[in-house]
Design a protein around this ligand. Structure first.
Ligand code: GAR
Length: 200
């Protein structure tokens, strides 16, 4: 199965997908293309090191967001991608794009959704004072971080935590959960029934 990985930042999730899926020939999963909305994203270097094609698609280069989405769609079609994997991609898609790829776009978010959606999830988690944090992998729908939840994993919040130490602990779980979920998808084990995702 060919996947596209969309990134904006450092790309530690991309790195685990490269090592645990792309470079493991038994996985049957190939990262066909990595797309970034930021030219300077370190994730692009990780992709190039693994000889994976990369493209930069910047919102500023387009008149509107529908055209931006269309350019990304063009690459998805060009590389025959079955699943679109958001890995720290910090742009939102417009409804037509989400509808076109319904149940074919997944995202990893560093909280236990529906708690703390949005752009500052780990800071919001700490500020609220919850004792349990975690990670969610979900299908993308037309709203922000609201799509059907595929899998979650929890970690404790310690009194001594700052944003970095908590995010690091959450990322350890992300790096285990995300490759696993992509394997389930590739094996055809995910069944979406309304808001519920059954893992068969
Ligand atoms: C990850 O922690 C991911 O959960 C988060 O961005 C980080 C990217 O890290 N995503 C979101 O907040 C999406 N709303 P990475 O670039 O090292 O993979």
């Amino acid at each position: 199965m060919k996947i596209a990985v969309l990134v904006s930042g450092s790309g530690t999730n991309l790195q685990t997908l490269i090592e645990q899926l792309h470079q493991d020939k038994t996985s049957g999963i190939q990262i066909a293309v990595v797309i970034s909305d930021r030219r300077k994203a370190y994730a692009l270097k990780r992709a190039k090191r693994a000889s994976i094609p990369t493209h930069v698609v910047k919102t500023q280069d387009f008149e509107n967001r529908v055209d931006f989405d269309a350019e990304i769609s063009r690459f998805i079609e060009q590389y025959n991608v079955e699943l679109v994997v958001l890995a720290g991609f910090m742009k939102l898609f417009q409804p037509p794009f989400v509808r076109k790829y319904q149940n074919r776009i997944i995202n990893v978010h560093p909280t236990l959704l529906p708690a703390f959606p949005g752009a500052h999830p780990v800071a919001d988690t700490l500020a609220y004072g919850v004792k349990i944090a975690g990670v969610t992998v979900h299908f993308v729908d037309e709203d922000v971080d609201t799509g059907p939840i595929i899998a979650q994993s929890a970690v404790p919040v310690l009194d001594t935590d700052d944003e970095e130490s908590l995010h690091d602990r959450i990322q350890v779980e992300e790096h285990k959960l995300y490759p696993e979920v992509i394997k389930w998808y590739a094996q055809g084990r995910l069944k979406v029934e309304g808001r519920k995702v059954i893992v068969q």
